[in-house]
Design a protein around this ligand. Sequence first.
Ligand code: ATP
Length: 366
Amino acid sequence: MARVTLDTLRKEFDRGTIVAVDDLDLEIEDGEFVTVVGPSGCGKTTTLRMVAGLEEPTSGTVSFDDEDVTEVHAKERPVAMVFQNYALYPHKTVRQNMAFGLKMSTDMAKEERHERVREMAEMMGIEDLLDDKPDELSGGQKQRVALGRAIAREPEVFLFDEPLSNLDAKLRTEMRAEIQKLQKEFGVTAMYVTHDQEEAMTMGDRLAILNDGKLQQVGAPTEVYQNPVNEFVAGFIGSPSMNFLDVDVETDGTSATIRDESSGLTITLSREYVAGHDLESGPYTLGIRPENIDVVEEPTGEETLAATVEVVEPIGSDNYVHLDVNEDFLARSPPDVQPEAGDEVGVVFDESDLHLFDAETGEDVF
Ligand code: ATP
């Protein structure tokens, strides 16, 4: 299989007025599953298309192992791509759809092709559908056919462009597991594009997070979740999203206080904490995840701040408690914490759960 290396890869459109991919450096190890995630328009699909050879880079290179394939035609690259809309030929049967990919990309004899199609169909659990046309299939079945067709070609690199977006939630969860199983079974290198952070968290060995064509962070899902490098990543990864507050930090190097006048928040950081972090006085954005907030139904006044409950949304396992601290401020509480709208509650943050971002650049400070 192949290691995929993107070196200062760039794609401009409309004579440079649109920079879709901005000097991207990324290495995907042989057999690794990397999920590329980011909001709509951040350059994910364009990146994938450059790896596939469907889009010519403005500058930079794509290499498979040590071979620069930037100039190599899409058909000559050892890749298979799976799309959101399945890209099946409507007038061909499942069998013909799967065999056609092999015919175009290999010089396999007809009998061998059909044997391979049968094997793949069996593996994907679609052998009963081989004589059906795509419009007789459900979305999940179509995606299985598209996956089977892609795998039958024995690619070195598997490229996925939001393949599960058209499926319902239950089927999506099922197919996520199936895709990962297939990828590991075949040991194929995979690049998977999605705008869905939850999908990205559950699927990749590593995530690459893009924004505005620029790579923000690459890392294992838990590493990115725990140590986001900036406010964008912190807000994008994790569901529900991290809460943010504009705060002022005052410190003399041995003690430090974080304050937000509008919400009445005051946090006096411990001396050990201050000693372990290189903190300066000034404005910051404080980040705290909903799951790291304790809601105290009978406040003593000793809490980090006081707030009024706006709405409580039970989600079964937990309650989402919306608070009037600022817009969209949310605590994720265990089901036994059940305040009602209008209740005055206390809100507690533990200092070890705090994130502070530079107020101007959004870079993570600690
Ligand atoms: P989505 O999740 O919505 O598909 P994306 O992250 O995949 O978005 P791209 O489709 O790669 O983003 O697009 C990145 C940027 O490049 C966008 O601003 C898009 O409008 C622009 N773009 C993409 N293809 C072209 C094109 N052929 N001509 C002009 N601009 C383009």
